[in-house]
Design a protein around this ligand. Structure first.
Ligand code: 13P
Length: 333
């Protein structure tokens, strides 16, 4: 019965052309974003910014779930309605980032392991009471000279699987995110190899930890050239390479795949998603869980100023709508 509920929630997060708004920047990360618009990061400015996003009129047509940070899940609208309740009343599922960040992996220079398993069972219990029905954990894989190591892939897959099993025990859908970074001058072929290895390690660990695939959402990177690569692959090639990789490694029992944007421009992220969906005949819903690709235009329009509040919402709804069209394979660049 619990598995059935998890499956219902996972499907709802990506149903009807909807996707996920990743608004779960930690306090240090949101400070970096606010620095770019000369806005001070305070508890109130962060609350107001997240309020602007979440209360955008009509956004629930395109957004099925919102990932929050611990602080945000405990905050409320200016009228005093807890954000989680505000969303749930509109049919957007509240979610929470539960990892404690990627930290240097001892003995493996240049590689990271994501922390946050200690005490996670208790935190999940509290988050459920606060209204969260899904969670997120991000593993970070770097491509470089001799990187990633097999050990790093295994260690991160193991941690992702332990997290996912704890989430399902708590009746929370885990978003499982093994992010292969775009940073570097590697080719799209190298990204395909590493993404394949990361997914292979991940699904082996998920099986070993008895995670029910019907009750997860996978959040992968797209298979794409490194940002510094000399001959970066075009949009069609990215779409084809990504689909090939996912079809080879992601079982059909996974209800939804929701990409991260990872530093792609908002337009690229939308176009790639649409091309993949236009190819048709996919075993899973193929959607978005974008942070920067949904928020960057809104952040830029807002610039921390009350008079730009509506302009920020207009920018968000535009990207949300276009990405929803892309989920349906109907975005026309
Ligand atoms: P980006 O879409 O900005 O990569 O963020 C998504 C996310 O949640 C990363 O964990």
């Amino acid at each position: 019965m619990v598995l059935k509920q998890l499956n219902v929630v996972a499907k709802a997060m990506v149903a009807d052309g909807k996707g996920i708004l990743a608004a779960d920047e930690s306090s240090p990360t949101i400070k970096k974003r606010f620095d770019t618009i000369d806005t001070e990061s305070t508890e109130e400015s962060r609350r107001r910014y997240r309020e602007m996003l979440i209360t955008t009129p009509g956004v629930e047509k395109y957004i099925g779930g919102v990932i929050m940070y611990d602080e945000t899940l405990r905050q409320a609208t200016s009228d005093g309605v807890p954000f989680a309740k505000y969303m749930a009343d509109l049919g957007m599922i509240p979610g929470i980032k539960v990892d404690m960040g990627a930290k240097p992996l001892a003995g493996f220079p240049g590689e990271t392991i994501t922390e946050g398993l200690d005490g996670l069972r208790g935190r999940l219990e509290e988050y459920y009471k606060l209204g969260a029905r899904f969670a997120k954990w991000r593993a970070v894989i770097t491509i470089g000279k001799g990187l990633p190591s097999e050990f790093c892939l295994q260690a991160n897959a193991h941690a992702l699987a332990r997290y996912a099993a704890l989430c399902q025990e708590a009746n929370i859908v885990p978003i499982v995110e093994p992010e292969v970074l775009m940073d570097g001058d590697h080719s799209i072929g190298r990204c395909a190899e590493v993404t394949s290895a990361a997914l292979q390690a991940l699904f082996a660990e998920l099986a070993a930890h008895k995670v029910a695939l019907e009750g997860i959402i996978l959040k992968p990177n797209m298979v794409i050239s490194g940002t510094e690569a000399s001959n970066r692959a075009g949009t069609q090639e990215v779409a084809e390479a990504t689909l090939r990789c996912l079809k080879a490694h992601v079982p059909a029992s996974v209800p939804g795949i929701a990409f991260l944007s990872g530093g792609q421009t908002a337009e690229e992220a939308t176009e790639h998603l649409s091309l993949m969906n236009a190819a048709g005949d996919l075993p899973w819903e193929l959607s978005f869980s974008y942070g920067r690709a949904l928020q960057a235009p809104a952040l830029d329009a807002w610039r921390g100023k009350e008079e730009n509040y509506k302009a920020g919402q207009d920018a968000l709804i535009k990207r949300a709508k276009l990405n929803s069209l892309a989920h349906l394979g109907k975005y026309d660049s």
